[in-house]
Design a protein around this ligand. Structure first.
Ligand code: UDP
Length: 321
């Protein structure tokens, strides 16, 4: 296979990053994966480690890095609430200093740089579904602020590096994504529900379960990221996510049915500032990238369930930290 060029993937050992590294390699890229392994794991990359066009660097993106690459995907940051709240100051540093270091690299190399932003920039939204023009409703002093405001500040840095230095930026606002290689202990709703259902333990629903999210299968999301990086010179934020909205009660029912589980539902208090609804308007991605998700929720969940069945058969004692 001829090598296209070399891509840097920061956060390449994480859930999304590892899928992206794999896809880039399959499409003929050489891949430089950078991770500090705070939430990423080598086990996500085991099949890639011997690949002749794959390298891993252990590095914290809060510190400057000098490498030679042709494109940058900047994904490094803890992304699940329990992970990003564990050391919230470090989360803000990772978002802001990480963005600065990556942007300085892109500026020096004159290469395109894609930033994995988040639907969290919309906070607990008053506009539904969320369009890119919506400025959001974020609590700047709450427990989610380190992530939400960190990502918002990083977005502003990306825009300023574009306006001031003409850096070729992309901003993907990523909505809830799921699939194989999710971390079973990261507290995410999809992984929690599946693991609980497979173990016939009560399904934990926070609040009344009427809050909604829209779940995108990881393969679709990776396709969107690569199209955004490669196809269009879009220098403003683009929503990437699945616009099919489900309540947590509906999700629990689907997971119980797909797993044939005997689990009951157990209701627990809603975490502070937990958004009530979340659904992307993806008309910009459709129009500019010709992208929309192809994998329906049941198909994607089935693949994810198979992954966790394999994980649990090796680690039957799996519990949450
Ligand atoms: N949630 C839940 N049970 C769980 C984990 C999460 O009911 O075991 C809820 C959570 O309160 C939120 C939704 O599921 O309303 C999505 O949570 P997640 O942490 O997966 O994503 P985020 O809140 O960052 O969108």
């Amino acid at each position: 296979m001829t090598i296209k060029s070399r891509a840097l993937v920061t956060g390449g050992a994480g859930f999304l990053g590892s899928h992206l590294c794999r896809r880039l390699l399959n499409q003929g890229w050489e891949v430089l994966c950078l991770d500090n392994f705070y939430t990423g794991h080598k086990r996500n990359l085991l099949d890639l480690i011997k690949h002749p066009h794959f390298e891993i660097i252990r590095h914290d993106i809060c510190y400057p890095i000098s490498v030679e690459v042709d494109a940058i995907y900047h994904l490094a940051c803890p992304a699940s609430p329990i992970h990003y709240q564990r050391d919230s100051i470090q989360t803000t540093k990772t978002s802001v200093l990480g963005a600065l270091n990556v942007l300085e690299l892109a500026k020096r190399l004159h290469v395109p740089v894609l930033f994995s932003s988040t639907s969290e920039v919309y906070g607990d939204p008053h506009v539904h579904p969320q369009r890119e023009e919506y400025w959001g409703n974020v609590n700047s002093v709450g427990p989610r602020a380190c992530y939400d405001e960190g990502k918002r500040c990083a977005e502003s840095l990306f825009m300023d590096y574009h306006r001031q230095y003409n850096v070729d930026i992309r901003i993907a606002r990523i909505f809830n994504t799921y699939g194989p290689h999710m971390c079973a202990e990261d507290g995410r709703v999809v992984s929690n529900f599946i693991v609980e259902a497979l173990q016939n333990n009560p399904i934990t629903i926070y609040g009344d379960g009427k809050q909604s999210r829209s779940f995108c299968y990881v393969d679709d999301l990776v396709t969107g990221l690569m199209l955004l990086q490669e196809k269009a010179k879009l220098h403003t934020p683009v929503n990437l996510g699945n616009p099919v909205e489900k309540s947590m009660n509906e999700l629990a029912e689907i997971v119980i049915n797909l797993t044939g589980s005997a689990s009951d539902i157990s209701f627990h208090p809603l975490p502070v500032d937990d958004p009530k609804q979340r659904c992307p308007d993806i008309s910009k991605a459709k129009r500019e990238l010709g992208w929309e998700p192809k994998v329906d929720l049941k198909t994607g969940l089935q693949k994810t369930i198979e992954y966790f069945q394999a994980v649990l058969s090796k680690q039957p004692e799996l519990t949450y930290s």
